[in-house]
Design a protein around this ligand. Structure first.
Ligand code: UDP
Length: 464
């Protein structure tokens, strides 16, 4: 499917260097590539290395419809390569130049496949300048909820008006109200907040300041669907909801291709799930970034044990505040057969498994999209950033889940965990609502649905 000019359209896609940003953008790119459009996916070198080392040996790039490319991390001697947010600081400084050089190399190596479009994560809007300079169309991508994107855009006004200081802390107000129809944002829900780490907050708030360049892009492709967040989608004039993107992967599976995982996937849990009755298992995951204290992990382990339900728990190697988890005495023996702990799972396949009853989640937006599009209700355990706001949508707006509350000491106790798991199994309302939401998502991304039409419109535009 060649473009009318005879030159093949060529998209360069640039995610933010984080698991929850790389994965949905890659799903989008594979979909675009299916329409005969060339796609080059650009990661920072260290992110590319992580993905390669997490890949299975049989993963094969030679059949991939998208080409992987890298730009340098841009670290100086002062930068800490171990810090989780160093790249968010270095890349916005170096990428305008390194990306320009990459585009020049691509263009000169094959003049018939010159880069025609740059899809960048909206948090990386600073690189839209490169698109301007190289005569390439800028397109924005957002893996966040539309409510979150609306707030990030609104935050720029709040900064100008002095309601936010330059580090992103609220001044003279306790919450941010974007519109009457979007839940207001409390100060502990702001997306640039990373626990109480002020240094990290400043780094992330710098990215928010970059959103002022977002208006350079006429298309903001969002991993949500209109039906789920109509008010927020309406608030954003350039937004094109095209999600849930994870459903595209299952419509057109790409099993032998390299996945976008930063951790090696362990699929053995799928046969463990096969051995469990339908609708019986609690699935627990905190995504790629959230960490818990050892005390909190002990309570979680004991709460799961007390619930007496089968559980599959993703225990990342760094989940205990950056270290390995130590389980309570005798826990592993007592839950043998009942509970399965795995370092990283194929999450989309796990939550599609009939044995899964509910998803105890940190409420990252990808996890919400993935669980929701499979009709799985949530037990909400938000940790930082906008996760508590997402949790309020689940508990108060869509009513497809329950939240696990803190006690007076700021801990989610084993008794609270057990209680909420029992409530989830006793009240069918959450599952019923979850199924309705799944149907809504599937309809939107299915042929003729709103997300489907938006994506189709965008792909047609690329081919013109
Ligand atoms: N994920 C996965 N396997 C796991 C845990 C998580 O593939 O064992 C994926 C999950 O499917 C999602 C992403 O990691 O796409 C996490 O993104 P999310 O926005 O939920 O959370 P974040 O990691 O950004 O906090």
């Amino acid at each position: 499917m060649e473009a009318v000019t005879g030159n093949r359209p060529h998209v360069l896609a640039v995610p933010l260097p984080a698991q929850g940003h790389v994965k949905p953008l890659m799903s989008l790119c594979r979909q675009i590539a299916k329409h005969g459009i060339k796609v080059t996916f650009v990661n920072a070198q260290s992110i590319h290395d992580k993905i390669v080392s997490a890949s299975a040996e049989e993963d094969d790039d030679s059949n991939d419809s998208i080409v992987m490319a890298t730009v340098p991390d841009g670290l100086t001697l002062e930068d800490d390569p171990e810090s989780s947010h160093t790249l968010f600081e270095t890349l916005p400084k170096t990428m305008p130049q390194t990306l320009k050089e990459l585009i020049e190399r691509i263009n000169s190596s094959n003049p018939n496949e010159r880069v025609t479009c740059l899809i960048a994560d909206l948090s990386f809007s600073c690189i839209f300048d490169v698109a301007d300079k190289m005569g390439v169309e800028p397109v924005g991508f957002s893996p966040l909820s539309a409510a979150c994107l609306a707030m990030l855009i609104h935050a720029l006004k709040m900064l100008e008006q002095g309601y936010l200081d330059t580090n992103g802390s609220l001044k003279n107000v306790d919450e941010i109200c974007v519109s009457d129809y979007i839940l207001s944002w409390r100060k502990d829900e702001l997306p640039w907040r990373v626990y109480s780490d002020l240094k990290a907050q400043k780094v992330f708030f710098e990215l928010v300041k970059g959103y002022k360049e977002a208006s350079k892009a006429k298309w903001w492709l969002c991993n949500t669907c209109y039906e789920l967040e109509p008010a927020a989608a309406e608030f954003l004039p350039n937004a094109f909801p095209i999600g849930p993107l994870n459903l595209l992967d299952s419509i057109n599976p790409v099993s032998s291709l390299r996945s976008a995982n930063f951790y090696s996937e362990d699929s053995s849990c799928l046969s463990w799930l096969d051995s469990k009755p339908d609708g019986s298992v609690v699935y627990i995951s905190f995504g790629s970034f959230a960490v818990l204290s050892q005390q909190q992990l002990d309570e979680l382990a004991l709460g799961l044990e007390l619930s007496g339900r089968p559980f599959l728990w993703v225990v990342r190697p760094d989940l205990a505040n950056g270290s390995r988890v130590v389980y309570p005495d005798g826990f592993l023996e007592r839950v043998s057969g009942l509970g399965e702990m795995v370092g990283w799972v194929p999450q989309n396949r796990v939550i599609s498994h009939p044995s899964i009853a509910c998803f105890l989640s940190h409420c990252g937006w990808n996890s919400i999209m993935e669980g929701m599009s499979r009709g799985v209700p949530f037990l909400c355990w938000s940790c930082f950033s906008e996760q508590s706001h997402n949790k309020r949508y689940i508990c108060d707006v869509w009513e497809n889940g329950l939240k696990i509350d803190f006690d007076e000491k700021g801990i989610r106790s084993r008794h609270e965990i057990k209680k909420k798991i029992s409530m989830m199994f006793c009240d069918n309302k959450f599952k019923e609502n979850a199924v309705k939401l799944k149907e809504m998502c599937c309809k939107s991304i299915g042929e003729g649905g709103l997300s489907y039409k938006n994506l189709e419109k965008f792909i047609d535009h690329l081919r013109r």
